[in-house]
Design a protein around this ligand. Structure first.
Ligand code: 5GP
Ligand code: ZN
Length: 114
């Protein structure tokens, strides 16, 4: 999608610090990190939100979670702990309409989230 920020990052029209890339997915550092480790893992296909990640998209979902766990190891947070967040829809604070998985770690976190 031409006017989608994360499609433009996937297509390398907008620069980002890419950490890992597969056939289906890409992981890059968040521009405004909320923790020492804060990456976004996104499918290359334009999928608007978690609502559209249905059973037809199982391959994408498993690839994303494989990537999340790989990156947790390479970023050194697999043992200390990490959080995966998918904001979905307005009340949850989704700002970019291309589904993305936040991977956060490297500090103690509070619960419940704000
Ligand atoms: P959301 O609020 O939709 O769950 O998260 C969107 C995330 O995208 C935010 O954490 C924000 O900092 C990040 N973001 C917004 N624009 C850019 C950008 O141009 N590059 C990168 N790397 N991250 C971005
Ligand atoms: Zn997109």
């Amino acid at each position: 999608m031409d006017d989608c920020l994360f499609c433009r990052i996937v297509n390398k029209e907008i620069g980002s610090e890419i950490v890992e890339e597969s056939a289906n997915s890409i992981a890059f550092r968040d521009i405004n990190p909320q923790a020492p480790v804060h990456l976004l893992i996104v499918p290359k296909e334009h999928i608007t939100s978690l609502r559209e990640l249905n059973e037809d998209k199982c391959d994408i979902l498993s690839d994303i979670f494989r990537m999340i766990n790989d990156i947790a190891v390479s970023e050194g947070i697999d043992q200390s702990g990490y959080r995966v967040v998918v904001n979905t829809g307005e009340e949850a604070g989704q700002e970019v309409g291309h589904v993305h998985f936040h991977l956060l770690g490297g500090r103690f976190m509070k619960w419940p989230p704000g």
